[in-house]
Ligand binder design. Structure first.
Ligand code: FAD
Length: 445
């Protein structure tokens, strides 16, 4: 079906109408969830538009408002919750051509929203800086998509999460008013669009803080016992003198899913996948000894440039590798409370046994080292999945439910009045990624 906005667009814009390509660009990694697969598999946009400049984004926004056409922004489409799947058709605005790094200063960079994280890092590293945190989709994901739909990742053990004050400096946003405009948000105002699934503004440009770019060694340490490995991970997280970027702990049989690493992963052992600054390897080695771990793999930063990156087995890449072996596996996203004894982690590990396989990622929450978990779940029914989620919640773990496409239900479970109010201001017709923001739906139905 021809989209009503096509006649309103200038002829120089890249427009994709081929049904196969449109279908492909209408999807993300929602299929990690059997629940979302059933809900979203038939959703598709009418057309994909790929602007190359902010001025072109403004033209598309104006045409969408004039024709009341829904617009869903897409970065690289690596989100896991159907965030960039258009529930009501309309257009996909693919920002992959807005990909310049405009400037880099000590500790800060200005980038266009469609720039890939790895591409940004390549440029900033020439000056000794790097992105503070990145998802394990670092090579493909865009910075706009990471801010729009991500939460944290490799680097979060030092810098916390994207939502933490200081981890996003400024954004430029194109609005969907009758006369679309460009707004610059700075300071706490960036939170109006941070992790809003593109429901309340099209981010075109960002200023992002950077961290010092260390040469990161990649290391695997194995342990006989899962809880010993978990305690090692926690202690490493707290060891402020040891500079690290990744602490990822995988109870057996999770390591058995990492095909490319099998020679370093002995059967029945828990594996810790780690990124450690080369300059910290000596004190790190002492910690490994103290916890009775065995280093089975160690690569310098230079050597790590070749072959599979260790980070690409961690965070949600763990789920990807596991599902390559067994498509019945799905996952949870859990934040365990701050507890130096990791009691709740141990309880869940023993309680669910082989039904929920432990995968921990340590990160910093308001300065404290906490385990997040992206456990693998042997899926049977939606009812059982919800039972597992409820059990975690009643025991005091926080679940960021990855089996819903509703912004608030996946995250804090609360309506963010500031984000809803901002949507009212900049998207009065509710055209941006419709159906995802519960606060807006409740206010307007
Ligand atoms: P997309 O999927 O294209 O978009 C994500 C959301 O942001 C959508 O709602 C979209 O509409 C919106 N959006 C995109 N661009 C803009 C923009 N310019 N303005 C406004 N809104 C916009 N996430 C993590 O946080 N940490 C991880 O470690 C992690 N690991 C992952 C591993 C795998 C294997 C997979 C499949 C996913 C993982 N994710 C992770 C989720 C996802 O990769 C990240 O959120 C990623 O940053 C998304 O980037 P993207 O460019 O693909 O965004």
């Amino acid at each position: 079906m021809a989209s009503p906005i096509l006649p309103l667009l200038p002829s120089n814009l890249e427009v994709i109408q081929d049904p196969n390509q449109v279908a492909k660009l209408s999807k993300d990694y929602y299929h990690f969830s059997p629940v979302l697969t059933a809900q979203l598999q038939d959703k598709v946009a009418d057309v994909v538009i790929r602007p190359a400049t902010e001025a072109e984004v403004l033209q598309v926004a104006k045409a969408c408002v004039a024709s009341k056409t829904p617009l869903t922004v897409r970065g690289a489409g690596t989100g896991n919750y159907g965030q960039c799947i258009p529930l009501e058709g309309g257009i996909i605005l693919d920002l992959s051509k807005l990909n310049r790094t405009k400037w880099v200063k000590p500790g800060l960079a200005c980038v266009e929203a469609g720039a890939k994280l790895a591409a940004i890092d390549k440029i900033t590293r020439e000056q000794g800086w790097e992105i503070r945190m990145a998802p394990s989709t670092y090579r493909t994901a865009t910075i706009g998509g990471f801010i729009g739909g991500g939460s944290g990742g490799i680097g979060s053990i030092t810098y916390g999460q994207l939502a933490d004050r200081g981890n996003l400096t400024a954004v430029r946003v194109v609005t969907m008013e009758d006369e679309p405009q460009i707004l610059e948000l700075r300071g706490d105002d960036v939170q109006k669009v941070n992790h809003a699934y593109g429901t309340n503004g099209i981010i075109t440009e960002l200023e992002i803080p950077l961290g010092p770019a260390y040469p990161w060694a990649e290391v695997i340490v194995t342990f006989d016992d899962f809880m010993q490995a978990a305690r090692f991970g926690y202690t490493l997280g707290e060891a402020d003198g040891i500079i690290k970027k990744l602490i990822s702990i995988h109870a057996w049989p999770v390591p058995s899913y990492f095909a490319a690493l099998q020679e370093f992963l002995p059967p029945n052992q828990t594996a810790a996948l780690l990124m450690i600054a080369e300059s910290s390897l000596e004190p790190f080695g002492e910690l490994v000894k103290a916890y009775g771990g065995t280093v089975t793999y160690q690569k310098t930063a230079e050597a790590a440039k070749k072959g599979a990156a260790l980070a690409e087995f961690t965070w949600n890449h763990t789920t990807l590798h596991a599902r390559n072996v067994d498509t019945n596996l799905t996952y949870l996203q859990t934040l365990f409370p701050y507890d130096t004894d990791l009691k709740l982690v141990e309880h869940m590990y023993r309680h669910f046994g082989d039904e929920v396989l432990m995968h921990l990622e340590f990160f910093r929450v308001h300065g404290q080292v906490c385990p997040a978990a992206l456990q693998l779940v042997r899926y049977t029914t939606e009812a059982r999945l919800n039972e597992i989620i409820r059990y975690h919640e009643t025991q005091g773990a926080f679940i960021a439910n990855p089996h819903t496409y509703i912004l608030e239900d996946g995250g804090r479970k609360e309506i963010n009045d500031t984000q809803v109010a901002f949507k009212g201001q900049v998207d009065p017709y509710g055209l941006l990624n419709p159906g995802k923001m519960r606060g807006w739906l409740e206010r307007n139905t």
